[in-house]
Design a protein around this ligand. Structure first.
Ligand SMILES: [Zn+2]
Length: 210
């Protein structure tokens, strides 16, 4: 078990994001959440086995990314021709077929952003399991925070499912291994990001040794 350490010195404060009430911020036991005394909103929480969870789900996400890019995402049969598609080839096709912005956006939101987020979480959280801080971990953590809102793999998956309804009228469409791996990747990314509270991660980085 890794208790949540607070940086030495203090006192530490936490402001409610909803009603701006200022609270004394103390370290919490595992599984507990601090709530605002005025509106009841969660201020910060110490999730159970947070570091181990964030690491396990991020590593799983990285492995699933390899599977997603190694196997077909969709296989289509139309007029006797079989076409298989994966994420990278779909982005490349969009760039070459006259929709470069869409292709770049697809690559950024579904390939680059999840990779930065999952890779960053492993880089920052794995050394923290033994109380160490990776070089530049603070900068990586800042970039992870900036990247998080741009991780849109669930939006993409929803878009694929909607467009499949239309595609199925003109072609025989099958899901490839890449598609199922992408679904599992979506769940792993959500679990990895939700695994550790940002305040907790920051405090752990503050007190960790190099
Ligand atoms: Zn409040």
């Amino acid at each position: 078990m890794h208790p949540w350490p607070k940086p030495p010195g203090g006192p530490h404060y936490s402001v409610c994001h909803f009603c701006d009430t200022l609270h004394d911020a103390t370290a919490l036991p595992e599984g507990k959440a601090a709530r605002c005394k005025c509106c009841g909103a969660v201020l910060y929480q110490n999730r159970p086995a947070s570091l181990a969870r964030a690491n396990a789900f991020s590593i799983s996400a990285l492995i699933l990314m390899v599977v997603v890019h190694s196997f077909p995402f969709l296989v289509m049969d139309a007029a006797g021709i079989r076409t298989s598609l994966n994420l990278a080839s779909a982005a490349k096709a969009l760039i070459h077929e006259g929709s470069p912005m869409l292709g770049i956006a697809l690559a950024f939101f579904t390939i680059v952003t999840p990779l930065v987020l999952a890779g960053g979480l492993v880089y920052v959280c794995a050394p923290l399991l033994i109380g160490k801080k990776a070089p530049g971990a603070m900068i990586v953590a800042k970039w992870m925070n900036k990247t998080e809102p741009w991780n849109m793999i669930e939006v993409f998956l929803l878009g694929v499912l909607v467009s499949l309804l239309k595609l199925s009228k003109v072609a025989d469409v099958h899901f490839g291994i890449g598609f199922w791996a992408f679904g599992a990747l979506m769940l792993c990314m959500a679990a990895a990001v939700a695994g550790i509270d940002r305040d907790e991660l920051w405090d752990r980085l503050e007190v960790a040794k190099r």
